[in-house]
Ligand binder design. Structure first.
Ligand code: PMP
Length: 446
């Protein structure tokens, strides 16, 4: 099929996520990929600074992963986890090694489902423990937790929500501290502890006996790469313990080495009760997600009665080929020390882009591992966000130089002003230098 025909058919049939087809502009139609690079149907190569959508942590073109999945498809393509199969067993064990804890794993297919599953497990857990009144979840403004009616209710980004209401009831939002926007006279740590205090107060106002848990990404990713103060994360864990709430960590983006640790929460020394994951678990090669639940929380589900059990089937969850591929993905990341690489290379890039801070519109650069947010403002004094057009231009300028970057999702009007970077963890040193060079060129207007 010719390129023109493909573009025409794409514009006729494919419903792209988030934005419609732009008149007079061909969409990026990706045809092949290798390492950290993607190539479109016109043969243009781009360094994929967003790893697809924060997914391809081990990089593109991993033949070993494809072979592992193919072999499994030949051997035994499908069986549900009402029974079990070898790839699910192997992957559950490996995930426990990565989690450095003792967790039982429920498999599904997407980050949204992993979070929905976490909410249902948490609610039923409280039921089983004789506290059926605990149904609410505390989540944070700016965070994204998925597209389904529960995960979207947990999401703290109004623009994504208001036309789809009513969403699932029982989600209460609180502020997440943002190091760049701290009330005057306070340190970031003081403001962070103030936010934690307000979270605790919210639990009290809601009455703790109605609250099931707190869901948070350790670092808010799509909402603007907000790196918390370590005291805040610890404090949230303390609040959960104090009031009997389950702490759910959404590791859909932060997991699998993105932040320089296996999982994001490991940067902060906490032990979440439930960990949800997707994307990087297969480096995006096949759909797979998981909800990891501390073993002690599984106890009340073990009863004799059917009503004791978790009454959820997920037909495709834990698909054997996807599990097999995930195991291989994690083996490769271990063999190539990609988590360590994320930490070291991320820190180096952070140093190399420090000169960007001198640019009048670069308000704040945030980084953890190979996760970056560069917040752009019109004025460093007022911190007024740049326009959507300016952000669009920066992204377009990078693209025209062969670099794909992203931006944070809608938060409140005007605050989609952070450009984001989350490149494959195995990109070469040259790729890293190219990212730095391109950003410098774009901000210098060369
Ligand atoms: N949680 C977070 C933090 C995410 O970034 C996403 C997706 N971007 C999801 C959940 C939902 O994942 P999915 O799109 O696989 O449903």
């Amino acid at each position: 099929t010719s390129q023109e025909t493909l573009y025409e058919k794409d514009s006729q049939y494919v419903w792209h996520h988030l934005k419609p087809h732009q008149k007079g502009e061909n969409p990026l139609v990706i045809d092949s990929a290798s390492g950290a690079w993607i190539t479109d149907i016109e043969g243009n190569g781009y360094l994929d600074g967003m790893s697809g959508l924060w997914c391809v942590n081990a990089g593109y073109g991993r033949t070993e992963m494809v072979e592992a999945a193919t072999e499994q498809l030949h051997k035994m393509p499908f069986h549900p986890l009402s029974n079990s199969h070898v790839p699910a067993i192997e992957l559950s064990e490996k995930l426990n090694q990565w989690l450095k804890g003792d967790y039982r794993i429920f498999f599904s297919n997407s980050g949204s489902e992993a979070n929905e599953t976490a909410f249902k497990i948490a609610r039923q857990y409280h039921h089983q423990k004789g506290e059926p009144g605990r149904y609410k979840f505390i989540s944070r403004y700016r965070a994204y937790h998925g597209n389904t009616l529960g995960a979207l209710a947990a999401t703290g980004q109004a623009q994504r929500k208001y036309r789809y209401e009513p969403l699932a009831p029982g989600f209460v939002h609180v502020h997440a501290p943002d190091e760049y926007r701290v009330p005057s006279g306070q340190s970031f740590e003081e403001w962070s502890l103030e936010c934690a205090r307000m979270m605790e107060e919210t639990v009290q106002w809601e009455r703790p006996e109605t609250v099931a848990g707190v869901i948070m990404e350790p670092i808010i990713t799509g909402g603007g790469v907000l790196i918390p103060h370590p005291s805040y994360v610890k404090k949230v864990e303390e609040i959960c313990k104090k009031y009997g709430l389950l702490l759910i960590n959404d590791e859909v983006i932060c997991g699998f080495g993105r932040t320089g640790e296996n999982f994001g929460y490991q940067n902060y020394g906490i032990e979440p009760d439930i960990v949800t994951m997707a994307k990087g678990i297969t480096s995006g090669y096949l759909p797979l997600a998981a909800t990891a639940v501390k073993q002690e929380l599984y106890e009340p589900f073990k009863g004799e009665e059917e009503s004791d059990h978790f009454r959820q089937v997920n037909t495709f969850g834990g698909n054997p080929a996807a599990c097999k591929l995930a195991v291989k993905n994690l083996e490769i990341m271990e063999r190539e020390n990609l988590v360590e690489r994320s930490k070291k290379l991320g820190a180096r890039i952070r140093e190399d882009i420090r000169p960007l801070e001198d640019h009048p519109n670069v308000g704040n650069i945030r980084q953890k591992g190979l996760l970056f947010g560069i917040e752009l403002v019109k004025d460093k004094e007022t911190k007024e966000p740049v326009s959507a057009e300016t952000i669009g231009n920066v992204i377009a300028e990078c693209k025209s130089r062969g670099l794909i970057i992203g931006k944070n999702a809608d938060t409140v009007a005007g605050y989609s002003n952070t450009v984001t970077l989350a490149p494959p963890l195995n990109m070469t040193d040259e790729d890293a230098e190219r990212i730095v060079r391109t950003l410098k060129e774009v901000f210098r207007g060369e």
